[in-house]
Design a protein around this ligand. Structure first.
Ligand code: KG4
Length: 334
């Protein structure tokens, strides 16, 4: 069986071809970073227009790299939500139209399910059940994952997602978009204890997150430095901000694992590419005898390979979409 998957929920146009034993034949991602960089964030209208331009060449490239024709495809999977509706509609409608023309089944996949299963693309796969931290530009949530189609959310952000905080702090510091990669790069030369930025624990038992106070605290620090004509210690600010985010993400994920009793922890989402988060999480998992599974950075950020994996499992469950099924902006999983 061959699955063609399409992902267009935000600012990346992506397509992948997968064989169900998770042999990935191709994964193509067309990034829009250069279009949105000068605005310091994603401009939805520009994102949809770019998806319209790129969807066909990206799908054709994924088929070519996989060495297959459209007629060889048995199942089509596409991200149905959550995300920017204008962006989602491009990939989802393209997928439904292809399925109709080819007379193949089509499955609508929740983007979060893709992140929750992205580790299955790696050679060293977790077995179920596991506790997962999904941390990206749009989400910061902890889940229990019982099997490939059964997930329960244990906690989520009450305001900004962690990736959003990285992006907003980068904008504040004039570092461009997306903020995560550049902040983590600058943080390498900084002191994570230089500035005591706050950690929002939201109470002993809470598995929820909050990053808006941290973002405001960084803004206050930067404004004070500028007002008093003091130089900005960029590396120290980046390292201290990153440490505040990482400390909370790690602690709450470990608390969740202790509560579920799972011995396996899985990461997913764009911020899971952060080297400091990966290192600190690995250290704590080692100390506690937990197994940690992290997708390669290319499968942390948005991609269609993870949509193919989730789509395949939903197909086995019997999920199908009709040509008139709509995309959705908010996830029932979140
Ligand atoms: O998963 P993703 O590609 O898209 C969403 O669904 O949001 O994640 C993008 C987010 C952006 O906020 C970006 O700044 C962040 O992931 N990100 C990082 C890193 N690489 C990407 N955040 C921290 N450190 C990184 N190295």
């Amino acid at each position: 069986m061959l699955i063609l998957a399409i992902e267009s929920s935000c600012d990346d146009t992506a397509a992948a071809v997968l064989e169900p034993d998770n042999h990935l034949r191709s994964s193509v991602i067309s990034s829009q970073n250069e279009i949105h960089a000068r605005f310091g964030g994603i401009v939805p209208e520009l994102a949809s227009r770019r998806h319209i331009e790129m969807i066909r060449p990206v799908v054709e490239e994924a088929l070519a790299q996989a060495g297959v024709q459209l007629a060889d495809i048995d199942l089509i999977a596409a991200t149905q939500g959550p995300g920017l509706v204008g962006s989602l509609l491009v990939g989802f409608t393209f997928a439904k139209a292809l399925a109709l023309v080819l007379d193949r089944p089509c499955v609508g996949v929740d983007h979060m399910a893709g992140h929750l299963l992205s580790c299955l693309l790696e050679a060293d796969k977790p077995i179920f059940p596991y506790t997962a931290l999904i941390v990206s530009g749009g989400n910061t949530s902890i889940y229990t994952v019982e099997d490939p189609v059964t997930y329960t959310r244990l906690g989520r952000t009450r305001d900004d997602a962690a990736g959003e905080a990285f992006d907003k702090v980068a904008k504040l510091l004039g570092l461009g978009y997306p903020g995560g990669p550049v902040i983590s790069q600058l943080a390498v030369d900084g002191d994570p204890a230089a500035i005591a930025f706050p950690r929002a624990w939201l109470g002993e038992d809470s598995l929820d997150f909050s990053f808006s106070g941290l973002k405001t605290s960084v803004a206050n620090h930067v404004n004070t430095q500028r007002r008093t004509d003091q130089p900005l210690a960029l590396a120290d600010i980046c390292a201290s901000f990153q440490e505040a985010v990482v400390t909370v993400l790690v602690k709450k994920t470990l608390t969740a694992a202790a509560r579920t009793g799972h011995t396996r922890i899985v990461l997913g989402g764009g911020v899971a590419a952060n080297p400091r988060l990966r290192a600190v999480m690995q250290q704590h998992c080692n100390d506690k005898g937990l197994q940690l599974f992290m997708p390669s950075p290319i499968f942390c950020t948005d991609n269609a390979a993870m949509i193919a994996v989730a789509g395949y499992h939903q197909f086995l469950r019997g999920d199908r979409v009709d040509p008139d099924t709509d995309a959705y902006s908010r996830s029932p999983l979140n």
